[in-house]
Ligand binder design. Sequence first.
Ligand code: NGQ
Ligand code: ZN
Length: 445
Amino acid sequence: SIGSMRPPCARSLPQQVACLRHNAAMQTSPTAPIVTRSPRGWALPGIPNLHSHAFQRAMAGLAERHGHPEDSFWTWRETMYAMAARFDPGLMQAVATQLYAEMLEAGYTSVCEFHYLHHAPDGSPYPLPDVMSLALLAAARATGIRITLLPVLYMRGGFDGRALGERQRRFGHDVESWLHLFDGLREHESDTVRIGCALHSLRAVPPEAMRAVLAGLPADARIHIHIAEQHAEVEECIAVRGARPVRWLLDNAEVDARWTLVHATHLDAGEVQGIARSGATVAICPTTEANLGDGLFPLRAHLEGDGEGAVGRWGIGSDSHASVSPVEELRWLEYGQRLATQRRNIARATGVASVGETLLRGVRASAADSTGFDDRDDHIVLDADAPILAGATEDDVVDRWIFSGNRPLVRDVTVAGVRVVEDGRHRYREAIATRYREAMRQLLA
Ligand code: NGQ
Ligand code: ZN
């Protein structure tokens, strides 16, 4: 509703500065080329993967059978909980290592790991309470991917404040124990490791707890939250908190460029404008949102923003890892809109004719704010000798990469100065896969 909308910059000074900087950046038309010809092929910046639950890689393709006459997100979640229940730190590390190697081979150079599988199966903390987090950091280190590890605060089973269900107990913290975990993990920060904050969802975090955690964070911490993914969640939020989820968040937290809103699928016009003005990034996960039957993110409206120059910022995530491919996420982001609108070339930005380049520039524009990394020197190289790129030029190579064929074109990947993928293969591909097969044998036993 227009009445409850805040003016764009009625907020603290640092936020106003961030807001202005963000608006200025978005209005400048791009000048520097985003793709260059290098001796080994076409060099592009790396793609950040803004949303991952690594353990779910182990169930990709295993929830595609009728189990219930009305299969939905909520029945999928039961299958997912059953898989989560089987994990221990060693299995987590093996699965995440395989996943991160696959991400690098596909062209992702960083991952925001939204991590909530913290405790032993009965819900009690492990003797080393952060051992699951350490397993994820070890996986990232072994593969060379940058990781923004987001330990998740997960406290309740629903908006009504009910306790966590039996299979959710592994996820739970109170504010104090979460802050303790966060502080300990911060000591692992490095060139390729950032620690941020994740609030699982408005469902799982009561308002007072949200305020307490946000007040306890350092000023530079990135904050990610699942929001407005399912209609049932929107309806419950209205019933219990008197507002739609995104509206409630904008009105109850100082949402700014440090924030990443994951999914944000179900929005009204005021929420679309509010997100654009806030400077927050939306992490869109097209293949998972399709797989789970979430609904379609309103991309065009988001890119148009508030109509006064603040445009929506966004990135992509592979989330449940039904697919591990930036090509597929970006392709389906655009295709979903075409199918729904019966129009073509939906992703648009001032000064860029190419849809592929618009998409690539879009994911780059939010990268640092969402991940916390300066990853400008990371790059991927596409195989210029691939037949499908025959005759490509700077002007069309990104469109060809995203919108033609299925052969993986990523030849090399360099992260923080290290070439971790060469000729399409992660340098430790075989050893990592061997360990992963053994982990899957245990998980499926
Ligand atoms: C998750 N995943 O936490 O893994 C969620 C499902 C929930 C996605 N929303 C569980 N894709 O939201 O409660
Ligand atoms: Zn998620």
